[in-house]
Design a protein around this ligand. Sequence first.
Ligand SMILES: Nc1ncnc2c1ncn2[C@@H]1O[C@H](COP(=O)(O)OP(=O)(O)O)[C@@H](O)[C@H]1O
Ligand SMILES: [Mg+2]
Length: 355
Amino acid sequence: MAKLNLGVFFGGKSTEHEISLISAKNIIDAADKNKYNIIPVGIDKNGEFLFYNNQDYILDSHDAKKVHLGYGGLPITFSFGRDKELIGIFDKNLKIKIDVAFPVLHGSFGEDGTIQGLFEMANIPYVGAGVLGSVIGMNKDIAKKLLEKSGVKMAKFLVFDISEKGKIDFSYIISELKCPFFIKPTNSGSSVGVYKIKSESEFREKTNEVFKFCDKIMCEEAIVGKEIECSVLGNDNPAASLPGEVITSHEFYSYDAKYLDENGAQLKIPADLPEEATHKIQETAVKIFKLLNCTGMARVDGFLQENGDYIFSEINTIPGFTPISMYPKLWELNGISQTELVSRLIQLAIDKNKF
Ligand SMILES: Nc1ncnc2c1ncn2[C@@H]1O[C@H](COP(=O)(O)OP(=O)(O)O)[C@@H](O)[C@H]1O
Ligand SMILES: [Mg+2]
């Protein structure tokens, strides 16, 4: 079979640029070179698309604090081919076609349906959720509202709009959610802008900060329990992996705990859970994946409480994919190597694009 040109898209404008680079380097290293020609496409922090015709497209990938895009990227524009291909154009004479895309872009402009729209317009297969699933998965408010009548348990929440900034009634929040409670942007990731609020002054200070980069804030009841993540893979009949657990040494799984403090978090793969809890989490993760219109892959995150209740927290449609990330590591427990996982994800993308 002829090799497919696999466009791997990485970097991007979001706060998760660096983690995207590490995920992409891992995916490119793992991809089966007998099946795919890798077309590396970096997106810099200004949103410029760059093609690399050398190996140095991601530098210092072993260090989350130093990792950055390579220097030799050629600015690229796209035109849509007739035959399910996206054509990258560097200058008039230099063109390359992409048969299938793997957006390894976490957060805004990558995980939120925007780049998925580009691939839809070009009619090329792409890994992961479609436009709708991506939009829903990125927006915690919409995702939770869609699940409200599904029987899936979630933390009680309230959402406030930027027009209410400075006027939000703190006593109403604590009467509904108790104190401490969490605040977070409705459409961010990597714990950016997530705070555990213990006083009104802290609430005012943090909401002012978070409203600088988003226009909707979610306040959420604080859940006590094990932090559990479950990988889901598939289209119409998705499968769930064994659950994993995140054990953090910080007050919660904050940005620092995730990326800056080497000892900030420990991943327990798999989580040590009774069989019944494992089944409940897997079943709920698949149900959520389907209800939220996901395809291909997603990581479903939640909490397991002492009384056995599983509380859904959020879904990530382009989960972290570094060599040590939960999403690929959980599949390794099922004997699916990272090379095999990448091939399966690409096949799922092609299957989904059949209409
Ligand atoms: N309602 C909550 N109760 C307890 N911990 C929470 C709650 N919401 C968020 N957290 C903590 O904050 C972290 C980041 O929040 P999350 O909603 O997952 O945002 P992000 O999309 O940025 O990862 C979680 O992993 C968890 O440790
Ligand atoms: Mg999270």
